[in-house]
Design a protein around this ligand. Structure first.
Ligand SMILES: Cc1cc2nc3c(=O)[nH]c(=O)nc-3n(C[C@H](O)[C@H](O)[C@H](O)COP(=O)(O)OP(=O)(O)OC[C@H]3O[C@@H](n4cnc5c(N)ncnc54)[C@H](O)[C@@H]3O)c2cc1C
Length: 397
């Protein structure tokens, strides 16, 4: 088989799924992951629409449903903690029957376990240089090893290393939507039982939730910052920025923030998307967030990673020639990506409200909605765009 040896950078959703399908299609994938082991933990993510067919074809749909977060519902609270409006978990999450919400770490572990016997995984390493050869790519690893591969795939996320090496500085491709997001584990001091509470202040939203299979809870913060980039990866300074953004806020926010310094999994980043004119350069191609991050606000990043990996592997198997395969992968995926990326900026404006007036109006409307007969139908209608976008591609070419 041509293009048989494929190096994938990143052992998360896109990387492990691609490794599965390449192996299934007769290729020999190797995955290099910077972390010393598969990354567990994290936040809840959704698998919707066509992505469900991908995991079903991998034989893991039942296991995914077994691991689901089982979040029963969500409430919006005011400053004093009074529940202004509540709704069931699926309606709130824009999910239809069969869609699955699962912790990212659980999905990652499941996909890794599914592939670990058939795929070579190199942990605690990273690509430091890519040198094009007439019939392949010479890869130098940070560990000093050098190896030749037929193709190299960047599945290494929003701040992709392969994208930087093969396409250039991320400033050209990563677009901050004007917000930052932070999430980390906290003790479940509110005794939430598979429930989510959201507080909305002007320019800053905070929420906390508990899920099945987890005794603790998560605290998540979404706040407006403007579109300037921040490359500061220092946790202490990030935590100061976060605390300053929520200074003076009530509800449980001080208690939730108090947990950040001790949290083992503190995450802080801009809410960003990746936009590129092309996802391949020679024998290098990108998949998942590395190529087309849609931002956490879209709720569709995981589904894009699953579907993108499936389509890329299918096109490589069908075409034999990498250039033709990369072109068809892009032609099939781009309209799907664009529809799902469009959800990000639209959703974030509903999640973070700009002014006190907007917050007051929104609380009033939610209160009215909560008492309205047939409200679940109305809410489901409001969530319809995410379902249309999630189903806007077929796995058959
Ligand atoms: C707070 C938050 C909430 C989210 N909520 C949702 C949601 O509700 N629904 C949804 O669908 N999506 C959600 N997402 C998005 C989702 O997590 C991503 O879209 C999805 O994980 C993309 O998968 P990926 O495999 O492309 O990249 P990632 O999951 O980012 O994985 C990249 C992998 O590459 C590795 N890596 C990085 N650099 C290197 C390197 N130099 N060498 C080797 N390996 C490297 C990383 O360690 C990681 O394992 C959310 C994201 C965040 C941050």
């Amino acid at each position: 088989m041509r293009n048989a040896n494929v190096l994938i950078s990143g052992a998360s959703i896109a990387g492990t799924t691609l490794a599965f399908w390449l192996h299934r299609n007769g290729f020999t994938p190797t995955v290099v992951e910077r972390a010393p082991a598969i990354r567990e933990g994290g936040y809840k993510i959704d698998i919707r629409g066509t992505a469900l067919a991908v995991v079903e074809r991998m034989g893991v749909l039942d296991e995914i449903h077994r691991l689901r977060t089982d979040v029963r519902g969500a409430s919006v609270v005011d400053r004093s903690g009074r529940r202004v409006a509540s709704m069931d978990g699926d309606t709130f999450g824009g999910r239809e029957h069969g869609d699955a919400e699962i912790m990212r770490g659980d999905l990652n572990r499941l996909l890794y376990d599914l592939t670990r016997d058939d795929v070579e995984y190199l942990f605690d390493d990273s690509i430091s240089a890519l040198t094009p050869l007439p019939d392949g790519v010479e890869v130098t690893f940070a560990s000093g090893t050098r190896r030749r591969f037929d193709l190299v795939v960047g599945a290494d996320g929003l701040h992709s290393n392969v994208r930087a090496l093969a396409f250039g500085d991320e400033r050209e491709f990563v677009r901050n939507l004007g917000y930052h997001v932070s999430i980390f584990s906290v003790p479940n001091h509110l005794d939430l039982d598979r429930w989510e509470l959201t507080y909305v202040g002007p320019g800053r939203t905070a929420l906390t939730y508990s899920t099945a299979h987890d005794e603790g809870a998560k605290a998540m913060f979404l706040f407006a910052t403007g579109e300037e980039r921040s490359d500061d990866r220092d946790h202490e300074r990030q935590q100061q920025t976060l605390a300053a953004a929520y200074a003076g806020e009530g509800w449980e926010i001080p208690r939730l923030l108090a947990g950040m310094a001790e949290a083992p999994d503190f995450y802080f980043d801009s809410l960003s998307q990746v936009h590129m004119d092309t996802w391949s350069a020679g024998r290098v191609v990108l998949v998942g967030d590395a190529a087309y991050a849609a931002s956490p606000a879209s709720g569709q990043g995981t589904s894009l990673a699953l579907v993108g990996a499936y389509v890329l592997a299918a096109e490589l198997a069908a075409a034999g020639d990498h250039a033709a395969a990369f072109a068809s992968y892009e032609a099939r995926m781009r309209p799907f990506v664009e529809r799902n990326q469009a959800l990000g900026p639209a959703n974030i404006k509903r999640m973070v409200l700009r002014s006190k007036g907007q917050v007051r109006l929104s609380m009033f409307m939610l209160g009215v909605l909560a008492r309205m007969p047939g409200r679940e139908r109305l809410l489901a209608k409001a969530m319809a765009p995410i379902q249309r976008a999630a189903n806007a591609i077929s796995l058959e070419s």
